[in-house]
Design a protein around this ligand. Structure first.
Ligand code: SAH
Length: 453
């Protein structure tokens, strides 16, 4: 059968990709269809045909899969955020468990034991961080929302179900102020205008909120009035920051901040550790699930009082500081200076005296630590989505730690990196997926590797 653009075919969804697209086959030719569930029978309309596969959209849902659920959001079809929102949570977890297992078996050639995925107690309102792009609607009014799938068109969203209610309220209040004083909004096409994003963080343990306005300048008009207005409405706002981003770029945050109200950070508690969170440092967005993930990493690590532990890609030091009381020494490495400053302060405010934090690229730092003759018993790595640099893999293996624990937000790069670690003398003992991002396709994994005898 010829598969051409705009043709319509009846078929059944048989699998799901890591990006959350359903898979249908027409005479063995694979078509990816968003917003479907395994088991759906659909009439698919072909929208794009490439050499080995194509893309389609649902023209008509003929028979709905029994894994579908009605957990509606009024911008579900336009926003790319929650690609699993229409699928029940049990099935979401099954898909993620399978995706991690497939990545480890196919990319990593790893056949170790996979533990059952740890699901999240809350599947909505679980995020503690949101970044809303600000734009102008047809009537010239400032709006905020999220980018449409694979685009920079802003879809207005007054209530994102993944965010705490208070975020949605604050955003609407900020927009009212912007509209009242006709404050200039940034336009991505003309590269002109001031306000780019509204970025919010909330600390789960204290309820403290950070409001960050990403702008092309260091201040905003009517700044004094704005601070009074917003802190009167929301006394939970403990810190207001202008983040300066003048660049024509997709990256949301610039490197510099102007702290216009409060101390520039909020206070949280994670795994029993008091932490300061500042605007530029990484902090897990679903804290309750992150605690479960970190506790599993520490359990896998089997810490003892004689151990030296490296916490690589340590952010504000959360994992290492949670481990500190069980070991002789921890050494954390992180590339963002503000995160390392936070990590040092976090050690101090928790009376932890056996922690050393180094601001450096892991690539160079691990080599330097080896030259100094420091040999860790356990190394925890928690890299960004692109995974570990190969130099980091080879230099951590050179240090011959007994155990390596990898915490990863990307199963594909984790599987690739574990495969290398296996080549360099380690075995994957077991691994366990964690769902930190319900309703989206993201999944975290905690992996235990032991040095071969
Ligand atoms: N372990 C921390 C942070 C994990 S996110 C936590 O759980 O909170 C990954 C971190 O790696 C980020 O803080 C990022 O800034 C840092 N990072 C990215 N590339 C790096 C590199 N080459 N060297 C050191 N740190 C890096």
């Amino acid at each position: 059968m010829q598969i051409i653009k705009n043709s319509i075919h009846r078929c059944q969804v048989t699998a799901m990709t890591n990006e959350g697209n359903g898979v249908v086959k027409i005479d063995d030719f694979v078509i990816f269809v968003p917003n479907t569930a395994i088991g759906d029978i659909i009439d698919v309309k072909i929208v794009k045909v490439l050499k080995n596969y194509g893309f389609g959209i649902i023209d008509k849902l003929i028979e709905a899969s029994d894994t579908r659920t009605d957990n509606a959001c009024n911008i579900f079809n336009q926003c790319g955020g929650c690609c699993f929102r229409h699928i029940n949570y049990k099935e979401q977890l099954r898909i993620k468990q399978q995706a991690v297992k497939d990545a480890f078996e196919r990319i990593g050639s790893i056949n170790a034991q996979i533990l059952p995925i740890e699901g999240s107690q809350f599947i909505d309102r679980y995020r503690n961080k949101a970044q809303y792009p600000v734009g102008i609607n047809k009537d010239g009014k400032a709006i905020a929302g999220f980018y449409a799938k694979r685009s920079h068109r802003i879809i207005e969203c007054k209530d994102c179900l993944l965010q705490p209610d208070i975020f949605n309220n604050i955003v609407n209040s900020v927009l009212e102020f912007i509209n009242q004083y006709k404050i200039n909004v940034y336009n991505e096409q003309t590269k002109k205008g001031l306000i780019r994003h509204i970025y919010l963080r909330i600390a789960d343990a204290t309820g403290e909120i950070m409001l960050c306005i990403v702008a092309t300048g260091e201040n905003i008009p009517k700044q004094k009035e704005f601070i009074e207005y917003i802190t009167l409405l929301y006394p939970q706002i403990k810190s207001i920051v202008i983040n300066i981003n003048k660049k024509d770029t997709n990256v949301i945050l610039g490197d510099k901040c102007n702290y216009i109200y409060g101390d520039g950070y909020i206070n949280d508690i994670i795994c029993g550790i008091k932490v300061r969170i500042s605007s530029l440092a990484f902090y897990q967005v679903n804290k309750k699930q992150a605690e479960k993930l970190y506790n599993k990493a520490l359990e896998f690590a089997k810490l003892t009082k004689d151990d030296i532990l490296f916490d690589l890609y340590c952010g504000t030091g959360t994992i290492g500081l949670a481990a500190a009381r069980y070991v002789k020494q921890i050494i954390g490495v992180e590339i963002i200076p503000q995160a390392i400053e936070d990590a040092k302060i976090n050690a101090k405010i928790n009376n932890i005296n056996n922690a050393l934090f180094i601001c450096d690229d892991c690539k160079g730092a691990v080599k330097k630590l080896k030259q100094q003759g420091i040999s860790p018993d356990i190394i925890i790595v928690d890299p960004p989505r692109k995974g570990c640099d190969i130099d980091v893999i080879t230099s951590i293996c050179d240090l011959l730690p007994d155990r390596i624990i990898m915490v990863s937000c990307n199963p594909a790069t984790a599987a690739r990196d574990c495969r290398l670690l296996v080549e360099f003398g380690y075995t994957v003992e077991k691994y366990m997926p964690f769902d930190l991002f319900p309703n989206t396709a993201h999944v975290e994994t905690c992996i235990l590797l032991n040095r071969k005898e």
